[in-house]
Ligand binder design. Sequence first.
Ligand code: ADP
Length: 183
Amino acid sequence: MFAESEDPSCRNESAATLVSMGTIEVVLGDITRQEVDIVVTAANESLLGGGGVDGAVHRAAGPRLAEAGARLAPCEPGKAVATPAFGLAPVKHVIHTVGPVWEGGEHGEDEVLTSCYVESLRLAGELGARSIAFPAIATGIYGFPAERAARIAVQSIRSLPIIDMSRLVAFDQETYEVLTRSV
Ligand code: ADP
């Protein structure tokens, strides 16, 4: 685990604000096992659940998650919507965001991925969340290169330090290493 606030260069007199708002952690693990206020899932536009991380989140939350998602669908790429977390309690909400399908990088993929993080953070802020866990959005089935996605994740979170703690959850060692290098 790496906490940005451990960087000694952050420790100065005004560091208290920096440390309490906008800490970024990287962990290796399963996003459905995180004790946070909000879990973000990499959804598809139907919000009915899919493969990968979204399948895991829907299995853990139970069928009411898809029922709640269906009422808010469709969700465009780059947008984010919130539902209760149901069986994922004590997590309070699931934020469903739809990443970009990688088409070579010249089709607005970076902007859409940035928007996934920014919209999720804004929504989490409106919901009063203090902690949020993100998967590596779009880097699985949607094919976004891991390193580029990690940079976007970290830059987006740093640009909007409204949640006390953002945790980037890697599901495999390679993603974990890419994320720790980007923080
Ligand atoms: P997308 O369709 O947005 O690419 P995927 O679910 O295919 O979404 O993959 C996004 C990332 O989530 C990948 O790095 C994948 O390894 C990871 N992932 C899959 N299952 C989990 C899980 N249970 N917890 C955290 N990350 C997961």
